[in-house]
Design a protein around this ligand. Structure first.
Ligand code: FES
Length: 286
């Protein structure tokens, strides 16, 4: 199947170069940012409560329902069941789109353009499925089935773009996933160097670690933001014991690395800290 990759690569590169998409992309992402400003909204849509992104999981619902409807259509299955599956897919596509829009709003440049085309294709597919559902309801089963088949093809083509963003471009991938520091204490600084309220970056086996002293206690987290790799040591320390990433505003609790605010969905790795003879030692928390 290398022919598929050879055929799609030029098309994706073409989309990535289409700067004409940028004004629309910026306008829509501005609306999405405004709608997701409340922490609770951003956290729900990002999957901060789930431990990984919500959107990829939700996509199974509309694709599964629409795929099953087409399977019934093609095998002479029960018409009412097929119509209900089309309707179920339409209902499921709404939260799926919202979660995807939230993720997409924090992308830039070429990724944002591919994501916009992905979204437009999905919106078109949902519109076709809605038309199909209405036609089926009025008794035009064959026309509805044909529309569903076309819409499913469009959805799967769009899913290919989504896969490109996730697996080729790494959008949504935990940026600390491949860090493998040694499971032993490492001397990283003198106790006096870590002053109250300042963010300090050190390295352990090539892994950046953030050291912070708050209320006299030194805390340590991985310094690479799990969302998209932002440098947490260049972020801000908040009065409530969280650090805010400078790139997209994710907030992590220093105490345990958990996400206080998305778009991050994966907690930061927490490190144990020990002070020995005026030296600070850290190791990955067990
Ligand atoms: S890199 Fe996106 S919030 Fe940190």
């Amino acid at each position: 199947m290398p022919a598929i990759a050879a055929a799609t690569r030029p098309l994706i590169h073409w989309i990535q170069r289409q700067k004409a998409l940028d004004p629309l992309g910026e306008k829509v992402s501005g609306w999405v940012h405004a709608a997701t400003r409340p922490k609770s909204v951003k956290n729900v849509l990002s999957g901060s409560w789930l431990g990984h992104q919500l959107h990829p999981m939700l996509t199974d619902l509309p694709i599964g329902a629409w795929g099953a409807a087409v399977a019934l259509d093609l095998t002479g299955g029960e018409k009412t069941a097929a119509r209900r599956l089309v309707g179920l897919g339409i209902l499921a596509s709404a939260p799926t789109a919202l979660a995807g829009a939230s993720d997409w709003s924090d992308t830039y440049g070429e990724d944002k353009r591919v994501g916009l085309v992905h979204a437009l294709a999905n919106a078109s597919a949902s519109a076709l499925q809605t038309t199909s559902w209405l036609m089926r309801r009025r008794g035009h089963h064959m026309a509805g089935a044909a529309l569903s088949l076309v819409a499913l093809g469009l959805t799967l083509s769009s899913a290919y773009l989504g896969g490109h963003l996730s697996f080729v471009r790494g959008i949504g991938v935990n940026r600390t996933a491949f860090q493998e520091p040694a499971d032993s204490w490492t001397d990283v600084a003198t106790d006096a160097e870590i002053t109250e309220g300042t963010l300090r970056r050190v390295e352990v086996d090539g892994v950046p670690v953030l050291l912070v002293r708050t209320a006299g206690t030194v805390r340590a987290l991985s310094a690479v933001c799990t969302h998209a790799g932002g440098p947490l040591d260049e972020g801000t320390l908040d009065a409530d014991g969280c650090v805010t990433c400078p790139w997209h505003g994710s907030r992590f609790r220093l105490q345990d690395g958990t996400v206080d605010r998305g778009p991050a969905s994966v907690p930061e790795t927490c490190w144990d800290v020990r002070v020995d003879d005026g030296r600070i030692l850290v190791r990955p928390a067990g």
